[in-house]
Ligand binder design. Sequence first.
Ligand code: HEC
Length: 461
Amino acid sequence: MRLSALTIYALSFAGFVIDGAAARSESSDAPRVSFVRDVAPILVGKCQGCHGPKTAESNYRLDTFDLMMQPGDFGLPPVTAGSVDESEFHRLITSEDPEERMPNNGDRLSEREVASIDAWIAQGATFDGADRTASLRTQIPRDVPHPAAPANYSSPLPVTALAFSADGGRLLTGGYHEALIWDPATGQLVSRLGNMPQRIYGMAVSPDNAYLAIAGGAAGVAGEVRLLAWADGATSGDAAKVLATGEDVFFDVAFRPDGKELAAAGSDGSIRIFDVATGVERLKVSNHADWVTDISYSADGASIATASRDKSSKAFDAATGRMLASNSELGAPVRGAVFAPDGKAVISVGGNGARMWKIEDSTTIGELPAFQGETQAIVSHGDNVLAASADRSVREFKIADRTQVRSFGEHPAWVLSLALNETAHRLATGCFDGTVTVWNLDDGAKVTQFLAVPTVTPPAK
Ligand code: HEC
């Protein structure tokens, strides 16, 4: 008798052991492990960075099921179906020798992750996806939750994403598989929002304070744009909609000022526009030749400005996606771009500079005074802009004559990210070393400074 797929599913669901001798040694009431739901997310998240299409250590790739089952330079089959003890996978993920253990970066899989992989091998190492030769990432169902955030961080993460809630009452930073929600008055952690991509590179709360949008992923492996109901962090990340996924990270998200549309930018060079109420992608514009790292709307919501690693900053019609203008005169990857208040010019930062250019003919109007280090981010503030730099400064300029108005104090490291809230009169700056500083926009005073980690445990010895 040939078992139909449905029968096999029914039998395995009922707890019958169908994988023969090997599985009998395992407890027959162990829950059935699914490759695509339980194992593939671990391999994509923890292994593919070193064993994928871009980097294949030991000539071994595991970015498709077929590749994963073939040996690399060692020549030993990675998985022996039904036998945990004979499987290289088991030996490598449980080795006590850090030189040998996988992942080979000092990290180790959690007990739960090891148990899932072992159980899958013991249960016969079967493939339950649609295509053995397709990328593993595309085989993982979208509703599979991300791994849990670590309880403690062994070291702080660079603050790559920073956002205020619309009322300014909360400040959000990107953590490891989570968003961290802070009280910007005291620097106290309010809550942790899990089920997030490995790293978050862009975040925004909608103007009506109803939604939180997240752009992130695992570099070179996976990326996503996530939208969730926002109620000062009281909602769980599980209620999120995944609006887009990709083979590499998404860098930024921005709500149209009326809150009805969301624009996202990613490493595939595209910008995408989604309807916020339905989550449906309305427009995808593939125009940039490299990563789009920053995206923002004009005050009237009619145009979008982008910054790209392709050394250009561009402006697009937000309704049709038509390119309006492009300026490459910074001569370096562009890190940030915002509109002047009248929507007729863009101020972009990158390299050691910042320049203002006209949408009408793409030409440069003028430069902002030079920085001592690479400029990293820019935000607008009424008739002014604030730019952050690797020279550890954040400086405010008047757009009209491009003169410096003031500088926001000393930072302990490169300033990577900025967030500004006009309602609460607050500026937040995020540094490479994990430090977040909140400033009072009225008098430039420091309100609070803290390390954006839930708890830091000192590194072993
Ligand atoms: C930081 C990079 C890195 C990560 C992450 C990593 N590996 Fe490796 N892996 C290596 C290196 C380097 C080797 C070769 C080791 C050697 O030569 O001793 C290797 C070898 C292997 C091999 C042997 C391949 C062969 O030659 O036949 C397997 C199997 C393997 N890794 C599985 C994994 C799994 C499973 C994970 C995730 C749990 C993982 N690796 C994560 C770097 C990594």
